[in-house]
Write a protein that binds this ligand. Structure first.
Ligand code: 13P
Length: 252
């Protein structure tokens, strides 16, 4: 059985003072939770705070982006080794907001994914279609292309120490969640596509669902056989909501 992972994605929210309360509450709320992995992906400047507040607890932390090169003259960018310096376990790559607003191609996302692994981080690769793509019946093609870019560059073995997050763009921050059946269908597709390269990697891969996951819909989503947890945006900013989602992960 794959273990569930619930990861928060704070996006560009937070203040030093507000985060302190949130991190303390998540840390203490997770003390009793044994059967679920939990992480928060925070903006770069808050990584030292996450490290200080979460070190020694079961809650891991990570970042939301990383540069694809190991080092160099790339003013304003942050390398994977720097994230490791601040104790990160995870980094999100290819979030749809990065693809849409910052022009990140699937090839670039694959480079970032591999840079993260070179530094010992676990990349969380986001994939997912827009509403228009879904309505045109292109969901599987889009998701396949996003996965294939990584497999072409890094081989299927790159997915051994990694997480994939299916995040339909139309469900992100909109309050519209994919139904558990819609999400399960795409998760199955992702697992089968990877299984066509390597069955064991596919069977062991953690595939998260993201897009308006809340405490009230998490139990049904997490009960699906190929949904291994969630990548949580808005609800990860409220400790009680995030902890309730983590508890749903521990139960399923
Ligand atoms: P919401 O949970 O706010 O829809 O955000 C999902 C997301 O983008 C997580 O990466």
């Amino acid at each position: 059985m794959r273990r569930k992972l619930v990861a928060g994605n704070w996006k560009m929210y937070g203040t030093l003072a507000g985060n302190a309360d949130l991190l303390d509450a998540v840390r203490s709320g997770m003390e009793q939770a044994r059967n679920v992995d939990c992480a928060v992906c925070v903006p770069f400047p808050y990584l030292p705070q996450a490290q200080q507040k979460l070190s020694g607890s079961g809650v891991k932390w990570g970042a939301q982006n990383v540069h694809q090169m190991d080092k160099g003259a790339y003013t304003g960018e942050v390398s994977a080794a720097m994230l490791r310096d601040f104790g990160c376990s995870y980094v999100i790559v290819g979030h749809s907001e990065r693809r849409a607003y910052f022009g990140e191609s699937s090839h670039l996302v694959a480079e970032k994914f591999l840079a993260a692994q070179r530094a010992g981080l676990i990349p969380i690769l986001c994939v997912g279609e827009t509403l228009e793509q879904r309505e045109n019946g292109a969901t599987e093609n889009v998701v396949a292309g996003q996965l294939d870019a990584l497999i072409d560059l890094g081989g299927v073995q790159a997915l051994r120490d990694a997480v994939v997050a299916y995040e339909p763009v139309w469900a992100i921050g909109t309050g519209k969640t994919a139904t558990s059946a819609q999400a399960q269908a795409v998760h199955t597709f992702i697992r089968q596509r990877i299984a066509s390269h390597d069955g064991q990697t596919a069977a062991e891969l953690c595939i998260l669902y993201g897009g308006s996951v809340k405490a009230n819909n998490a139990p049904e989503l997490f009960a699906m056989p190929d949904i291994d947890g969630g990548l949580i945006g808005g609800a990860s900013l409220v400790a009680d909501d995030f902890l309730a989602i983590c508890r749903a992960g521990a139960r399923t």
